[in-house]
Design a protein around this ligand. Structure first.
Ligand SMILES: [Fe+2]
Length: 408
């Protein structure tokens, strides 16, 4: 399947027909139904005291099965589909990267009772990641380092998008709509109409909407892929899986996931050495690392902002008050997802408390500049929608300025 990366940059999405080869559709439907049943058992077991007997299956507006967690030998084809030319291969083409890997393998299901529409949103957080224009320009001037997919097993038109909205911040009218009437159709929004087996691949910076979480049967595969070695540092960089499930796979598939994991480890090594260069005020060492993490010459500063957030999370995880908290509280402390948290803890083990603090000192001028912009544009950072108003990267502060700021 051939795709045009420019189409993704222009429109923010591409609809592809028969991403699931028709011959595979029935067997994938069967496997995913088994996986849903297996997950339902887990949810029932893990229900909270006030939950109904089915737990999350009954309470969630959109029950989401991270199917690698429940996969077995008989359903391995579900995971193996994530390695297919039409999914992984297409993602790699779109990201113009030498390598790509699945980060997220989920199945979105219809709820047991009608929940109606969700809210329009972008899947990114400019306050937690990087100012919105920075993230957008990084994609537009280089490439997307992360793509997301919806691939329905049954016809599906729940997902709506605002085409091209990945290229710009919300308009004042859109921002008003999201703040006052987020669960209604938005001007410029269109449904993505997919037949069983079709797929939409998109950049999750795009404004999008789950238009109706009704009980109509929905089984839609939801995947994320990140690039390795492409022009940008991916805004979605961590895996929501660990290698445990791969024991159920064929040797060939297992080897591929092991390879992805290695790529991730190598990236962590590279970030560690880049951080150590910063600690040592070694400008050449830092630039050497940065150029590998973000080969694209434009918008490299966006990668530095991502790194600053990782440094901040590392410091938080090293904090003696945090280390002794429960797992749930530690996850909350860095706003992580439970499935990728272990990667941050693994990374934090690479640094001492003292190093983590010193590292954040080196980032302090950048932190201040981003925070000044944040205070002006997003006085109320508790609102997900208002956080989209953090659009501007720090003015007149480029990589060289960051290096000079180490001595401040
Ligand atoms: Fe979303």
């Amino acid at each position: 399947m051939k795709v045009n990366p420019q189409q993704l940059l222009d429109d923010g999405y591409i609809i592809l027909r028969q991403v699931i080869p028709p011959k595979q559709l029935d067997e994938l439907r069967d496997s995913f139904e088994v996986l849903v049943e297996r997950q339902k058992t887990v949810w029932a077991r893990e229900r909270k005291p006030d939950d109904p007997p089915g737990g999350a299956w009954e309470t969630s507006a959109q029950p989401r099965v991270f199917f690698d967690e429940v996969v077995n030998e008989e359903t391995a084809n579900a995971v193996e589909f994530c390695l297919h030319e039409n999914t992984l291969g297409v993602s790699q083409q779109l990201m113009r990267a030498p390598e790509a890997a699945p980060t997220l393998m989920a199945l979105m299901c219809s709820p047991v009772r009608d929940h109606g529409p969700a809210s329009w949103h972008r899947d990114i957080d400019p306050v937690g990641q990087a100012p919105l224009r920075g993230m957008q320009m990084d994609i537009l001037k280089n490439a997307s380092g992360y793509v997301q997919w919806n691939i329905p097993l049954y016809d599906d038109r729940v997902f709506w998008i605002v085409p091209k909205s990945h290229r710009r911040p919300n308009t004042p009218a859109e921002q008003h709509h999201l703040l006052t009437d987020a669960r209604a159709p938005i001007p410029g929004g269109i449904p993505v109409e997919l037949s069983a087996g079709d797929g939409v691949v998109y950049t999750h910076v795009l404004l999008h909407w789950g238009s109706n979480y009704s009980t109509r049967l929905r089984r839609t595969i939801h995947l994320g892929y990140r690039a390795f070695g492409g022009d940008v540092y991916p805004m979605g960089d961590h895996f929501y899986w660990n290698l445990g499930f791969t024991k159920h796979l064929s040797q060939r598939s297992r080897a591929r996931f092991e390879h992805f994991f290695q790529l991730h480890q190598q990236q962590c090594d590279l970030i560690e050495s880049t951080f150590r260069a910063i600690l040592n005020r070694d400008a050449d060492g830092f630039l050497n690392g940065l150029v590998k993490l973000h080969p694209g010459t434009e918008e490299r500063m966006v990668c530095v902002v991502y790194l600053s957030k990782l440094a901040d999370k590392t410091r938080t995880l090293k904090n003696p008050d945090i280390i002794n908290l429960s797992l749930e509280e530690r996850i909350d402390a860095i706003s992580a997802h439970r499935l990728s948290f272990y990667l941050f803890e693994d990374f934090a083990r690479r640094f001492s408390v003292k190093e983590a603090h010193l590292l954040c000192e080196r980032f302090s001028t950048l932190f201040e500049k981003v925070e000044t912009e944040r205070v002006q544009s997003v006085p109320d950072a508790t609102s997900r929608v208002r956080r989209y108003q953090l659009t501007q990267m720090p003015a007149n502060f480029d990589v060289e300025d960051f290096i000079h700021s180490w001595d401040a």
